[in-house]
Design a binder for this molecule. Structure first.
Ligand SMILES: Cc1ncc(COP(=O)(O)O)c(C=O)c1O
Length: 367
């Protein structure tokens, strides 16, 4: 009999473990009927702000909107440039485009895969208004040199923390390092809803107040519209679900760290390059991404072992058709271009077992 398939994440198993709490949280929303900006939204915002060590959290409809609203509230728009890494999920660049500003891409660190501060310094022009580092795979970007650049050139800093709930840079949580932090609660994230959801964190009360207005039709109070806004409210049902899960997030992140450490031990002295953790980072392992010279063979070995796998991401932003108009070409960002054909994401989720990790590591080593 062949062994059971290893999923990439196991949301069904997680639901079974939380079923009683979850069902009663969702039923309570339906009983109250406060579906739009209901009491669970305000409660989740308080609890997630506390988790992030942030002063304010504003719940929004998804991570892309979190980024887009963050740029807008900082006054960024047409004629402005925003610098971001080319090795990221497309949403980071789409948010800049949606704000009306121009995305300016830079290469990434070859071992930590986050925005290269020296390349960032070279990309600054008189039109640059903001830096948009991504805490990729759950590891913070190297923020101190980026924050220095921001101070020197009077730039805003928006963190794309969509993959970094609870990650820390020199003891400080992601989402509190720049002016604004943006989170996605897409179902597969370390903290994931049962649909689309997102959140924005900030220490600045002025920005928090404007964001609350912007996400709700630019309205405050009812039928008074001081701003042109959006319908980008965090759904109350999703907030109720996120509150249940948030109680477990610290423990889940710890389980992910244990799983990553086990992978590291089992892949030692092999041809697989395990991911690096920077000395400044407390990693939350949203993704466990290895590098290999033999990607097709590793993928086949994982298939044969019944293990799911992925590639995050197969193409850097500058090589997508959608962003051809930015004028970059193959060769523009050599680190990201060398990386993308070599990476494979292995399954990592809080419930992953020792046996599953062993099967996956053995398959990787067999190549
Ligand atoms: C790095 C990054 N930025 C932004 C997003 C966008 O988040 P969402 O899918 O919630 O819009 C995601 C996740 O999908 C992401 O991984």
């Amino acid at each position: 009999m062949s062994a059971a398939k290893i999923p990439f994440v196991d949301l069904g198993q997680q639901y079974q473990a939380l079923k009683r709490e979850m069902d009663s949280a969702v039923t309570a929303v339906m009983g109250r009927g406060d579906f739009i900006l209901g009491e669970d939204v305000a409660a989740f915002e308080r609890e997630f702000a506390e988790f992030c060590q942030a002063e304010h959290c504003i719940g929004v409809s998804d991570g892309l909107d979190a980024l887009q609203l963050a740029l807008r509230v900082l006054g960024i728009g047409p004629g402005d440039e925003v610098i971001l890494p080319t090795h990221t999920f497309i949403a980071t660049a789409l948010a800049v485009w949606q704000s009306g500003a121009k995305p300016v891409l830079v290469d990434v660190d070859p071992r930590c895969y986050t925005m290269d501060p020296e390349a960032t310094a070279r990309a600054i022009t008189p039109r640059t208004k903001a830096l948009l580092p991504v805490h990729l795979y759950g590891q913070p970007a190297d923020m101190d040199p980026l924050l220095d650049l921001a101070r020197k050139h009077k730039l805003s800093v928006v963190e794309d923390a969509a993959q970094a709930h609870g990650a820390e840079y020199k003891g400080r949580r992601c989402g509190t390092l720049g002016d604004i932090g943006c989170f996605s609660f897409y179902p597969g994230k370390n903290l994931g809803a049962y649909g689309d959801a997102g959140g924005i964190t900030t220490q600045r009360e002025d920005l928090a107040n404007r964001l609350r207005i912007l996400r709700n039709y630019g309205q405050q109070p009812k039928n008074v519209h001081p701003l042109k806004g959006f319908n980008s409210r965090l759904d109350t049902m999703q907030a109720a679900i996120l509150r249940v899960k948030l109680r477990h997030l610290e423990a889940w992140n710890e389980s992910r760290r244990k799983a990553a450490a086990r992978y590291g031990e089992l892949l030692l002295n092999s041809k697989i390059q395990a991911p690096a953790t920077a000395t400044y980072a407390k990693h939350v392992w949203h993704l466990y991404v290895i590098e290999t010279d033999h990607r097709p063979a590793v993928q086949s070995a994982l298939d044969a072992a019944g293990a799911s796998h992925g590639v995050h991401y197969p193409s850097p932003v500058h090589l997508h058709e959608a962003f051809r108009d930015l004028g970059y070409a193959r060769g523009s960002f050599p680190v990201a271009e060398a990386l993308t054909p070599r990476i494979v994401s292995l399954p990592i989720f809080p419930e992953i077992t020792e046996d599953q990790i062993r099967r996956i590591a053995t398959a990787c080593r067999s190549v």
